[in-house]
Ligand binder design. Structure first.
Ligand code: CA
Length: 230
């Protein structure tokens, strides 16, 4: 499931900076340049979970008014105010009742995405994600669609390969014996056929690793099995 973030900011260069960094962090950014536009986007995308609201905006509405109107119709959405100057801070703290957090410009991409991540966890986005997605950058496994993405790009897997990756991603850092992998993926009737594990791991490495000869995700544990390194 996509994680939608509304970005309300009238300055195009700041907005694209924010959007680029959110996309890089795996979010789906919905853009708006005015308060009116922001409210329209929210109507079109009721699944927006977090909104970043600039305060000083052209048009009738400022960011506080947008925040107030969002809250009037939706108490679940996470709201972060983007404040330009320290003078705005007093005003923000006075009006923080509606917002969850604020970030003062200029902010670093890391700071921004950390705040958005935290808010997603708090608003339940994290929990919803956990139910059908396992995210271990650069990988994102969707257990509902049985799909895997690496850096946002779909990796085509067979059902067996998918099952191995799922087992790995559910057990990051844990050494799994070949028997264990065989039993979990193929079932007990295949016991003794350990070679098929190795064959599939070899294929998986070609699909997943940057350099299959020097794997950095699927690590061999000599004389035992494999470990998913995250
Ligand atoms: Ca502004």
């Amino acid at each position: 499931m996509t994680r939608k973030v509304l970005v309300l900011e009238d300055e195009a260069n700041i907005r694209s900076f924010v959007v680029i960094n959110l996309k890089r962090a795996g979010y789906d950014a919905i853009e708006a340049g005015t308060g009116e536009e922001a409210l329209a986007r929210i109507q079109q995308n009721p699944d927006i979970q977090v909104a970043l609201l600039d305060i000083m905006l052209p048009g009738e509405m400022d960011g506080f008014e947008v925040c107030r109107r969002i809250r009037a119709g939706n108490s679940q959405m996470g709201i972060i105010m983007l404040t330009a100057r320290t003078q705005e801070m007093d005003k923000v703290s006075g009006l923080m009742t509606g917002a969850d957090d604020y970030v003062t410009k200029p902010f670093s991409p890391a700071e921004l995405t950390a705040r958005v991540d935290a808010l997603f966890r708090r608003t339940g986005g994290g929990a919803m994600r956990d139910a059908d997605e396992i995210e271990q950058p650069p990988f994102l496994l969707n257990t509902r669609n049985r799909t895997l993405e690496k850096n946002g790009k779909r990796v085509k897997l067979t059902q067996v390969e998918y099952s191995i990756v799922k087992l790995f991603m559910e057990n990051p850092g844990k050494a799994l014996s070949r028997e264990e992998i065989l039993k979990a993926v193929w079932g007990t009737e295949f016991l003794g056929e350990l070679k098929i594990v190795d064959v599939n791991i070899r294929r998986l490495r070609i699909k997943l690793e940057d350099d299959p000869q020097n794997p950095s995700y699927v690590i061999t544990v000599w004389g035992f099995g494999y470990r998913w390194e995250m």
